[in-house]
Design a protein around this ligand. Structure first.
Ligand code: NAD
Length: 250
C-alpha cells in the first residue's frame, strides 16, 4: 500500500544508514523526498537510487550542514521556493554523529560537535519547518531520531547520550506546543542498528551487545524506516509526543 502517496518532505542524514533507508521506504510508499546530507555525493547517490526505484515522485539531493543556522535557512527556502511550493508534510531528522571519548579525556570540541549536530540541529530544523507549516496552514509530521543510549548511557558517550536524551525532552515539549497547529512531533528511539555508524564497534563488543538484546540480533535500518513510515503516515494521526522504541526489546 502507498501509505504516504503524494506527500512531500525532508529527510536529513539521508546519505547513509538509517536516513537513507527512511528516504527509500517513504519513496516506495509514494512520497517525494528532499534528500539532505552534509556529504553531497552521498545525498546525490541516495536521490539517484530513489529515482531509479520509483517511477513517481521527486527526489532531489541537497547538501547542508544541519548544525549551521544559515544552512538551515537556505534549506527551508529551497524547499518552499524550488522543491515543493508549500510546507513539507513530513520532516525526518536522522543526521547524527558520534565523537566517542572517556569523560576525563573528552575535549570541548568533541562535546560541542556532538551537541550541535545531534541536538541544536533538531531545535533549528523543528523550528524552521514548523514555522513553514503554520504559514501554509498545513498539517505536518516531524520525526526526530533519538537513541536508546540517551536512556541507558554508554561508556565513552557522555556527549552522545546527553544529545539523545535532549532530543527526547525537546520533542515532548515541541509536541505540546505545536499540537494546536496540527503539527505532530514524535521520536524514534533505535537500539543497535547495522549502519556505518556501528561498523566501527569491535566484533567482540558487538557479540556482547547482541547477547543483551532479547531478540538476540542487531536491527536492520529498514526496521527503523518502517516505524518512520508509520509516523509520517496518517496511520499515526492521533500520536504526538510519542517515543517509539525500536530496540529488539532492549
Ligand atoms: P550514519 O553515519 O550511517 O548516517 C548519518 C548521516 O548523517 C551520514 O550520511 C552523515 O554524513 C550525516 N551527517 C552527519 N553530520 C551531518 C551534518 N552536520 N549535517 C547533515 N548531515 C550530517 O549513521 P546512522 O547509524 O544511520 O545514524 C542515523 C541516526 O540514527 C543518527 O542520529 C544516530 O545517532 C541515530 N542512531 C543510530 C543507531 C545505530 O545503531 N546505528 C542507534 C540509535 C540512534
Amino acid at each position: 500500500a502507498n501509505l504516504v502517496a503524494g506527500k512531500l518532505g525532508v529527510v536529513t542524514g539521508a546519505g547513509s544508514g538509517i536516513g537513507k533507508h527512511i528516504a527509500q521506504t517513504l519513496a516506495r510508499h509514494g512520497a517525494s523526498v528532499l534528500v539532505v546530507d552534509i556529504q553531497e555525493q552521498h545525498a546525490k547517490e541516495t536521490a539517484e537510487l530513489l529515482a531509479k526505484e520509483n517511477s513517481k515522485g521527486k527526489f532531489i539531493a541537497f547538501a547542508a550542514d544541519v548544525s549551521q543556522r544559515d544552512e538551515i535557512d537556505n534549506l527551508q527556502k529551497y524547499f518552499v521556493k524550488d522543491f515543493a511550493k508549500q510546507s513539507p508534510d513530513f520532516l525526518v531528522n536522522s543526521a547524527g554523529i558520534t565523537r566517542d571519548a572517556f569523560l576525563i579525556k573528552m575535549s570541548d570540541q568533541q562535546y560541542d560537535d556532538v551537541l550541535n549536530v545531534n541536538l541544536k540541529s533538531i531545535y533549528m530544523l523543528n523550528q524552521s519547518f514548523a514555522r513553514l507549516a503554520i504559514e501554509f496552514q498545513k498539517p505536518q509530521s516531524i520525526v526526530n531520531i533519538s537513541s536508546i543510549v540517551g536512556k541507558t548511557g554508554n561508556i565513552g558517550q557522555c556527549n552522545y547520550a546527553a544529545s539523545k536524551a535532549g532530543v527526547v525532552g525537546f520533542s515532548k515539549s515541541a509536541a505540546k506546543e505545536l499540537a494546536r497547529y496540527n503539527i505532530r512531533v514524535n521520536c524514534i528511539i533505535p537500539g543497535f542498528i547495522k549502519t556505518p555508524m556501528t561498523e566501527k564497534i569491535p566484533e567482540k563488543v558487538l557479540e556482547k551487545i547482541c547477547k543483551s538484546i532479547p531478540l538476540n540480533r542487531m536491527g536492520h535500518p529498514d526496521e527503523i524506516a518502517n516505524a518512520a513510515l508509520f509516523l509520517c503516515s496518517d496511520l499515526s494521526s492521533y500520536m504526538t509526543g510519542a517515543m517509539v522504541e525500536v530496540t529488539g526489546g532492549l
